[in-house]
Write a protein that binds this ligand. Structure first.
Ligand SMILES: Nc1nc2c(c(=O)[nH]1)N[C@H]1C(S)=C(S)[C@@H](COP(=O)(O)O)O[C@H]1N2
Ligand SMILES: [Mo]
Length: 203
């Protein structure tokens, strides 16, 4: 089972204690970082699939995910380009609720998150289970805009934000770790901001 040391580490209270090493507080702004052209996807045509090493490969439409229990994240996000943003609120569904339906197989240990644009990012399965990851469509109570990944993006806030794939369309469970888009370009396979796992070769 992959280690998740950074997730449970105790931190001092107060703003300084919330800023991972090498990060700064971007304040009220929210930078847009997109490698590809921003797609315009209607909610009605968006779907998300969970497949690969699962018992029941499943696809949900927009209406179908709305039937699942809503779940929100309130907290901070951290981009590897060194900005952090405090006290954001995202709402959608917990990835746990999608996986409960699909049923990960015993040998599933990693996930490749796919955007409908072709962007990919890899994660240990342990980093998207146990209440640590969401599929979200609201930011601060408003629909997620297209530039920020709307209609629906992945949110894995305890890792660097490149793991939070915008325009999420598929979670593919695998036995082995394969590098995604940024990971093939030198970024870390896990990306824990508290351990400063920015690049391949970092601890
Ligand atoms: N599909 C897709 N998802 C993506 C990216 C991207 O280029 N394409 N960039 C990643 C990076 S590096 C970051 S920091 C965040 C940026 O999200 P934002 O533009 O909403 O701030 O999305 C991540 N998800
Ligand atoms: Mo980023």
């Amino acid at each position: 089972m992959p280690v998740t040391r950074g997730f449970r580490r105790r931190r001092p209270d107060g703003p300084e204690g919330r800023l991972p090493p090498g990060q700064y507080d971007t304040g009220a702004g929210w930078p847009v970082l997109t490698a590809e052209a921003t797609p315009r996807i209607a909610r009605e045509s968006w779907t998300i699939g969970v497949d690969g090493l699962v018992e029941r490969p499943t696809t949900w439409t927009w209406d179908e995910v709305q039937q699942l229990p809503r779940s929100s994240y309130s907290g901070d996000i951290h981009c590897v380009t060194t900005w952090s943003k405090f006290d954001v609120v995202f709402t959608g569904v917990s990835v746990d609720d999608l996986l409960a339906v699909a049923g990960p197989q015993a040998d599933a240990a990693f996930v490749m998150a796919h955007s409908s644009t072709g962007y990919t990012t890899n994660l240990p399965l342990a980093d998207i289970t146990g209440g640590k990851a969401w599929v979200v469509w609201e930011f601060d109570g408003k629909p997620l805009t297209a530039e920020h990944g709307g209609p629906v993006r992945l949110l894995v806030p305890h890792l660097y934000f490149w793991k939070s794939a915008k325009w999420i369309s598929r979670l593919e469970l695998t036995a082995t770790d394969r590098p995604g888009f940024w990971e093939q370009n030198g970024y870390h396979d896990r990306g824990d901001p508290w351990l400063e796992q920015r690049y391949q070769g970092d601890p």
